[in-house]
Design a binder for this molecule. Structure first.
Ligand code: NAX
Length: 328
């Protein structure tokens, strides 16, 4: 018999929601042996639009989709959920103070963390997409102390995919030959896309792309600023590629990682690489025997250490800010 799981998605009527739900329902996230029930959360005012999305989901006649719940109530949305995909949030808008941003999202993610603890399945995994995703995940994790902290994740998969694509384009190789492209730190403009430890066809990137100035300069900048470049070109923020990344990211978490490979994921540090315990930081990870592990022992040269420190300091600052607001 097929396994059946409940997947809750917040902000389900938004742009990313419109791109991700169909792929979850088609089986691309959890595989062809897993039936899914979707439990979709939206703000009250977006429920009519969400109804339209649900009608389209029905019209796909997905064999794996077994039920759809539409609600603006957190505990209904998270009831017995095995996966909670947090897409809805209030990202920073022009003119918004940082403390306001943290306060607004603090409210959202505290409530969501509490509802996860109260209502979700005992094996729940929480995957945060909504920005600022690392700190939103940190707030939810701290609001749900009854749930092991290793169930909380934030997404740097889109950054990893963007970095792989840029390296493949530069090297003139197929994108699938780029592996172990770790994003370290925060999903923000301080992230460190670690080309030094990435591989192209099994060889160090720096053996294949000898233009180190490009790697240290334009490559990193392009990956860090890609979100802004998409907004400029499209007039809207990345949505299909973000949804694709969330599918890839959760796929990575729940499927065995091929030998020798790693994927990027933000999760609570246990002190690895000198990152403060409990900080939600993007690390190279593997899933082995169903367990998600941070891969240790990767070395950074002076350039890498400098980049690493920048993004770590930023995340420490975000943590201290939410702490001083009493959110964690
Ligand atoms: P949209 O504004 O299109 O959709 C967000 C939806 O969330 C809206 O329908 C809104 O009604 C709903 N919502 C807001 N607050 C809610 C709450 N408290 N409970 C339930 N629903 C709520 O945004 P979209 O383009 O879908 O982006 C969603 C989030 O993803 C944003 O925070 C964005 O910054 C973030 N992103 C994260 C990325 C990543 O790599 N981690 C990349 C893409 C994206 O920018």
């Amino acid at each position: 018999a097929k396994r059946r799981v409940k997947v809750a998605v917040t902000g389900a009527a938004g742009q990313i929601g419109y791109a991700i739900l169909f792929r979850i329902a088609s089986g691309q996230m959890l595989g062809p042996e897993t039936e899914v029930e979707l439990q979709l959360l939206e703000l009250e005012q977006a429920l009519p639009a969400l109804k339209g999305v649900a009608m389209e989901l029905e019209d796909c006649a997905f064999p794996l989709l077994k039920n759809i719940v539409l609600t603006s109530d957190l505990n209904t949305a998270f009831k017995d959920a095995n996966y909670v995909v947090c897409v809805g949030s209030v990202p920073r808008k022009e003119g918004m103070e940082r403390s306001d941003l943290l306060k607004i999202n603090g409210g959202i993610f505290t409530a969501q963390g509490k509802a996860v603890e109260k209502s979700a399945a005992s094996d729940v995994k929480v995957f945060v997409v909504g920005n600022p995703c690392n700190t939103n995940a940190l707030i939810a994790m701290n609001a749900a102390k009854g749930i092991p902290s290793d169930r909380f994740f934030a997404m740097t998969t889109l950054d990893e995919n963007r970095a792989k694509a840029q390296l493949a384009l530069k090297a003139g190789v197929d994108v699938s030959s780029v592996k172990n492209m770790t994003i370290w730190g925060n999903h923000s403009a301080t992230q460190y896309p670690d080309f030094y430890n990435a591989l192209i066809n099994g060889k160090p990137v720096t053996d294949i792309i000898t233009d180190t100035e490009w790697l240290k300069g334009d490559f990193i900048k392009t990956v860090q600023q890609r979100g802004a470049a998409i907004i400029k070109a499209r007039g809207l923020s990345s949505a299909a590629s973000a949804a694709n990344a969330a599918i890839d990211g959760i796929y990575n978490l729940v499927h065995e990682t091929p030998a020798g490979q790693t994927y990027s994921m933000c999760l609570a540090s246990n002190g690895e690489y000198g990152v403060d315990k409990g900080l939600i930081f993007s690390f190279p990870c593997r899933t082995e025997g169903g367990k998600i592990k941070i891969i240790e022992g990767i070395k950074h040269n002076e350039f890498g250490q400098e980049k690493f420190k920048l993004t770590l300091d930023e995340l420490r600052g975000e943590r201290d800010a939410v702490k001083s607001l009493g959110l964690i």
